[in-house]
Design a protein around this ligand. Sequence first.
Ligand SMILES: *Cc1c(COP(=O)(O)O)cnc(C)c1O
Length: 374
Amino acid sequence: MPELIPWAGPALQGNESEFVQDALASTWISGGPYVDRFEREFSNRNDSRFCITTSNGTTALQLALLGLGIGPGDEVIVPGFTFLAPANMVLAQGAKPVFVDVDPETWCVDPDAISRAITPHTRAIVAVHLYGNVCDMGRIVEIAREHGVALIEDTAESAFSKWNGRAAGTFGDVGCFSFQATKTITTGEGGAVLTDREDLFELMSLVRNHGMHPDQRYFHRVVGFNFRLTNMQAALGCAQLEGLEAIIESRARLYEHYVRRLSDMPGVMLQRFDEAVSPVVWTLAVRLDPEVFAPRDAVIELMKDRGIETRPGFYTPNMMPLYEETHLPRADQVSREVLCLPLYPTLSHEAIERTCDALNSLRGCHAIQDRLSA
Ligand SMILES: *Cc1c(COP(=O)(O)O)cnc(C)c1O
C-alpha cells in the first residue's frame, strides 16, 4: 500500500513554533500582544478598516449576525450548496435561513436566485465564497443595496482571493473568516470578522467579550459572549501571515499542476473562476460526470484504496431532515458530483501525479466492477 496522501495539512514552515513559544514564555496565554498584532496585520493585508478575531469561523458568523441584530422573524438568504455553518448560525439566532440555488459552473450563489428570494422579511444575504472562488460581488452588492439588506461574506474558504483586485470578505457589511487547521492559513481553531463600519466594529467588539467595554470591567452594556482568540493561537497566525506569500505561491503552483493534468480529462469539470476572480485555491474541487465515472461516493472509496484521501461536496439542506426543503435542482446536482482533491502547500508534485493517475484510472464502470469482484 503506497503512503497515504492526506486531503489537507497545515504549512507550519516559518516562525510558528518560535512565536507560540514566545507567547507561552510571556505568560500572556489568553489575550495578549499577538492578538492585537494579528488583527492589525490581517486587516492591513485585506485593506479593511477593522478586524476582530474570534474563537472560530462559526462564532465569526454568529458575531456578524449579532452585530446586525438578526433575530426571530428575520429571513437570511443562504446558498443551497455550502458548508452549513452560516445556516446553522441563522437558525441559532431564531431567524430563518432561506436557501437559494447556485451557479452550475462556479458553484457559488446565483445572484438572480437571491433577487427572487427577497421578501419584506429579508434582513441579510450571506454570500459564501467556495473553495477559493469569489461570488459575483458586483451583482450581489447591488442587490443588497437596492433592497436595503445587509451583506455578510463567508470567506472561510477563500481568504486572500480577490474580485477585481479587492479582497474577498471586504465587499459587504461584515466578512467572516476561519483559521481552522485545514484552511488557507491556520491558528489551529480560530476566526475573524472584517468590517469597514465603525458602528459594527464597536458593537461586535462588545459582543465578543461578554458585552463589557474594556474601560468598564464587569459592566455589561449588551448581551455578550466569549468569542475570544488566545494569544497563542494569534502567535501561530502571525507566523502564518509572515509566510503568506510562500503559502499563496505554492497553492498557485499546485493548482496549475492540477489544471494541466485535469483540464482535458474526460468526465472531469474543474470549478470555473470568473475573469474578475484571482483565486487562492483552498482545495482542488472538481465535478465528476456520472456518465463517465462511478458514483462520487464510490470514487471516494476507490481513491482511498489507492492511498488518497478525498472529500465529497457538501450535502444540500434538502438531503438532511434538519432543514426545510427548497427547490434547489442545481445545488442538489453539484452536491452529488463534487469531489475535493488534496491541495495544500506541503503537497508534492509527485502526489498530484499519483492523485490524477488514480482519478484517471477510475473512468468507466470497470473501476467499480473491479472493486466488486476483488
Ligand atoms: C470552515 C468553514 C466554516 C466554519 O469555520 P470553523 O472555524 O470551522 O468554525 C464556515 N463556513 C465555511 C464556508 C467553511 O468552510
